[in-house]
Design a protein around this ligand. Structure first.
Ligand code: GLN
Length: 562
């Protein structure tokens, strides 16, 4: 590939930015979870990161994932949720998306540590002879490797505080080396520099919603078995906890009353930093870690929450994808739509549509009327492809605002080729390797690539926008950088033909070899744009991505016209 990789270092305030070694003492906060999985450790960590950043601290976020995969790139989104991609092209756990969105930082590969990476590194060292003569063991070799990745991350990012979340639930066999490593960290770094936060569930059972603290007591016991006594408990609950209940939790779990933090279900996840701040969470953390008592400033964030809760308008967006039954599979897209709603003072109601349900002839015409915009999601393989193409066709013909992302863009090109350029059997070679019209085909540097892990075109790459296009209007500039994750691309041999048929290639790699954005002229369609990259990875609640913001603005305009 002749393109040069875009500079992937983040802005100076970024936790990912490399800095010269600093002599300052780094503080470490470890977040673990108990009772059930998916308890909200990621959002808890991200929300605390936001609060500490608002107090002026430089915060670095890290995820320690006990699974054996080297990264999340090879996992099914159904099981594991979205694969999030960083600037430097790491395929990571979706929690990194929460960290980036809440803390407003750009993370790097070092923010994600898995059992796979740790064992891979230790085994490579063993083969090299680094431990010659020794027996390589979980303790100390694996635990040392984990600790090294945590402390090195703190040093290289110049952070005041590293918040490291341990994936999984206490009691998981594969989590043990990570828990042992973070246990040792208190001894290594000093007790005043390490804080353990345990996120747990307080169920309310029976017809009277009786609050039960026993699972939390057991979860804390499990933590103690591995030598960690949590300093703070974050209690997920559907009902408000009484003072008495908090005291009971504190007594049985040996934490002070102010360290029992209630995490009640909220209407929006963006309210969680506020919920925490109002209980003095960040003040407690600052005191316990002997950080300077800088004042919290949450005014801007409170404003965002207000706009989420009380919008003036509402739009309905169909999000068409293969994994719509798991809300986490497209979480960055869902969040980006919310951010665009915040910017447009609008609630965005998402209509999740399984693309396979649109496969049948006429299904899109039945299912899609009433939506104000259509998003076609990223994806792989042939399943649900006819439905995605039908969704593009419906949006194009009915002039419904449309955003296609990655596979969604490739489907838009296939649809246009079939219906507007007389190439009725056009396809991507991913679905039909023998198609007569391969309008989407493998990138040349993907020929012969056999391994599936970390071999796609990944991470931040530059894109030059053609002037006077919807893309350049939305971005308000001519050069952008966006994150990628794909193997296939628009086949350049069909560019002329498709251009003649009316499709506009409005974003290209700077050497013009790769198509990054396609669109329709606004004289033909109010808003039809699709990108080879993933704009959803760069959207923030306080800074909606221009393509999503434009989509919602156009959806609102369409609704007002009705
Ligand atoms: N399957 C397509 C490719 O590999 C699109 C990937 C995606 O949507 N992330 O190019």
């Amino acid at each position: 590939m002749s393109e040069t990789r875009a500079a992937s270092t983040a802005p100076s305030e970024s936790a990912a930015a490399e800095s010269t070694e600093s002599p300052k003492t780094v503080k470490y906060i470890f977040v673990t979870g108990g009772v059930v999985s998916s308890i909200g450790k990621g959002i808890t960590s991200a929300a605390l990161g936001r609060l500490l950043r608002n107090r002026g601290f430089q915060v670095a976020m890290q995820k320690l994932d006990p699974y054996i995969n080297v990264d999340a790139g090879t996992m099914n989104p159904y099981q594991h949720g979205e694969c999030f991609v960083t600037d430097d092209g790491a395929e990571t756990d979706l929690d990194l998306g929460h960290y980036e969105r809440f803390v407003d930082i750009n993370l790097s590969r070092a923010a994600s540590v898995t059992t796979g990476t740790v064992y891979g590194a230790v085994i490579a060292k063993e083969r090299r002879g680094d431990y010659l003569g020794g027996t390589v063991q979980v303790i100390p070799h694996i635990t040392n490797e984990i600790k090294e990745r945590i402390t090195q991350y703190g040093r290289s990012t110049g952070a005041d505080v590293v918040i490291a979340e341990v994936g999984g639930t206490v009691g998981d066999i594969e989590g043990l080396p990570f828990l042992e490593a973070i246990r040792q960290m208190r001894r290594d770094a000093g007790p005043e520099n390490v804080l353990y936060i345990h996120v747990t569930l307080i169920p309310a059972v029976g017809p009277w919603n009786e609050v039960k603290t026993k699972p939390t007591q057991h979860s804390v016991m499990k933590m103690r078995e591995v030598g960690i006594a949590p300093d703070v408990l974050v209690c997920r609950t559907k009902v408000a906890l009484t003072q008495e209940q908090k005291e009971k939790i504190g007594l049985f779990c040996d934490v002070s009353l102010d360290a029992v933090i209630e995490a009640r279900d909220t209407e929006t996840i963006y309210a969680i930093p506020v919920l925490f701040e109002d209980q003095g969470f960040s003040e407690l953390v600052v005191k316990r870690l002997h950080l300077p008592p800088t004042p919290p400033d949450l005014d801007g964030w409170r404003g965002i929450v207000q706009r989420v809760l009380k919008p003036a308008h509402e739009v309905r967006v169909a999000v068409v994808g293969k994994y719509t039954e798991n809300g986490d599979a497209y979480i960055s897209i869902a969040e980006s739509l919310k951010h665009a709603g915040i910017q447009n003072d609008s609630r965005v109601h998402i209509d999740w549509i399984d693309s396979e349900t649109l496969d049948a002839e006429g299904a899109a015409d039945e299912r899609l009327p009433g939506v104000d915009a259509v998003v076609v999601c990223p994806g792989f393989g042939g399943r649900g492809v006819p439905g995605k193409i039908a969704a593009v066709c419906y949006a194009r013909e009915n002039k419904i605002p449309f955003l296609g992302i990655c596979y969604g863009m490739q489907m838009a090109v296939v649809e246009y080729a079939r219906h507007m350029a007389n190439l009725s059997s056009a396809n991507t070679t991913e679905v039909d390797p023998d198609t007569a019209y391969p309008v989407i085909a493998l990138m040349p540097d993907q020929y012969g690539v056999a391994d599936k892990g970390a071999t796609m075109r990944l991470g931040l790459w530059p894109c030059a926008l053609a002037p006077e296009t919807l893309a350049s209007k939305l971005y308000g500039k001519t050069n952008v950088e966006e994150r990628h994750r794909h193997r296939f691309e628009v086949n350049n041999e069909y560019r002329d033909l498709l251009t003649k048929a009316g499709l506009v290639f409005s974003g290209l790699s700077p050497d013009h070899k790769l198509v990054e954005i396609v669109e329709l002229p606004q004289s033909v369609h109010p808003f039809f744009i699709a990108t080879q990259f993933h704009p959803e990875f760069l959207s923030r609640p306080n800074r909606a991505h221009p393509l999503f913001a434009g989509l919602i603005e156009s959806a609102l305009a369409g609704r007002k016209k009705e």
